[in-house]
Ligand binder design. Structure first.
Ligand SMILES: [Zn+2]
Length: 431
């Protein structure tokens, strides 16, 4: 039996509980209360984790993340996939949707295959095989390098919620930093092959103005895959139609999207809104911001929060492989065919230094920046990095907040919000 008591200021969805405690057993939260209430619950088997003047936070949930520590989820190997997961666990992320990008058909199929492998529960649970855990021991998968059981048993990795299928169905002119060569519109015989992996796809992105976007969106929704719009120059009317097909979330608000000014290059009058205006307008749509302090000014963060509110606005990292790596040149997307970017000044830049090319920061940085720049209560900002994204991806009954019955995904933060310990399913992440 694995019993944990976390003590400190507990970050709940709607307030901070100072002098609080969170009790977990066998990977689940069984009580949240004032710490004093747990005096009788501590026995020799209970591990006590004291945050001191710091915080006990729910684990972070990242819906838009490409890689870290030199690895991109698109690299196509289990080793790279695992490295990218480890990179984000260090920053407090306990659940994520590995985000694909524009690539060849076979490369996309490969990352969906890896996603399915990393979603298998035995990768999360093997430590419990000799305990009284209800999870049955299962044969360990044979990874491409002949993964040994010892390796998997030690691994505490963030939970893979399913891929964020992102690209190749972008509008070419709105591709931003992503590789352009393989951008294409959705065609049924191709996307049917991807949807064979619908069980390993949490969300999918499309530019709604592409031919085939409606068919792709409806096919995804039919298979239980949530639909996003992004990397798009759609008009407001095209966005209204997309909401009708089931599009419910918009990738990185303000980035790689149309607005009134952009669309004016096609039509002088009447002026019309684009993806930006539609995202702010439609209550059906949730969205996300890259709050790394580089992509968006504080005013834009305020505007997004004012229009969408903390339950419709998630923090994401959109982090590339340069996380926790030295400044210099990197690739976004696979080592085979990725697009060059420069890691400089705490952000990813296009090689000419004139455009942004995703972030190089973890979720802990995003919430510190959003908190400092908006002055919102800490519990609300952390909710935007935990419960809100969990709800957007349909997993909030299980993860996203420190509530009885949910998984013991816990991040211990110090007073300045640095990550001190990370627990996923009640198991500490150590590497
Ligand atoms: Zn993007």
């Amino acid at each position: 039996m694995n019993k944990l008591l976390f003590r400190g200021t507990v970050v709940l969805p709607d307030h901070l509980l100072t002098g609080g405690g969170v009790l977990a057993r066998d990977g689940k939260i069984i009580a949240v209360d004032r710490a004093a209430a747990f005096a009788g619950a501590i026995d020799a088997k209970t591990k006590v984790i004291d945050a001191g003047d710091g915080y006990i936070s729910p684990g972070f949930v990242d819906l838009h993340v490409h890689g870290g520590l030199g690895a991109d989820f698109m690299d196509g190997t289990a080793e790279a996939y695992r490295t990218a997961l480890i990179a984000h666990a260090r920053h407090g992320t306990t659940s994520l949707t590995p985000t694909t990008t524009v690539a060849r058909h076979d490369q996309i199929l490969r990352v969906l295959e890896l996603t399915r492998e990393f979603m298998r529960p035995q990768l999360m649970w093997p430590q419990h095989r000799s305990s009284d855990s209800p999870s049955p021991p299962a044969p360990l998968p044979q990874g491409e390098r002949g993964a040994k059981p010892e390796v998997a048993r030690e691994a505490v990795l963030p939970r893979v919620l399913g891929a964020h299928f992102y690209g190749p169905y972008f509008r070419y002119e709105a591709r931003g930093a992503h590789p352009g060569a393989a951008i294409r519109p959705p065609v049924e015989h191709e996307f049917r092959a991807y949807l064979e992996y619908a069980d390993a796809m949490a969300t999918a992105t499309v530019a709604p103005e592409l031919p085939g976007a409606e068919e792709f969106s409806r096919a995804c929704v039919d298979r239980g895959v949530r639909m996003n719009a992004g990397h798009s120059w759609a008009t407001f009317e095209q966005m209204r139609a997309a909401v009708g097909w089931g599009v419910r979330h918009i990738d990185h608000l303000y980035c790689a999207m149309s607005d009134k000014t952009r669309l004016r290059q096609f039509q002088t009058y009447p002026m019309q809104g684009g993806v930006l205006e539609a995202t702010l307008f439609f209550d059906e749509l949730t969205t996300e911001v890259i709050a790394d302090g580089k992509h968006l000014s504080p005013d834009l963060l305020h505007l997004a929060l004012k229009c969408k509110g903390p339950d419709r606005l998630a923090l994401v990292t959109d982090c590339n492989r340069a996380l926790d790596m030295p400044e210099g040149p990197y690739l976004i997307g696979p080592t085979d065919g990725g697009e060059p970017l420069i890691h400089r000044d705490g952000v990813g830049l296009m090689p000419d230094g004139k455009g942004l090319a995703s972030s190089v920061r973890g979720m802990d940085h995003m919430l510190r920046v959003f908190w400092e720049q908006t002055g919102r209560p800490l519990w609300e900002v952390i909710r935007m990095a935990s419960l809100t994204p969990a709800r957007i991806v349909g997993r909030d009954r299980e993860i996203g907040s420190l509530e009885v019955g949910k998984r013991a995904d816990v991040v211990v933060l110090n007073e300045t919000l640095d990550v001190k310990h990370v627990y996923c399913d009640g198991r500490e992440f150590t590497s």
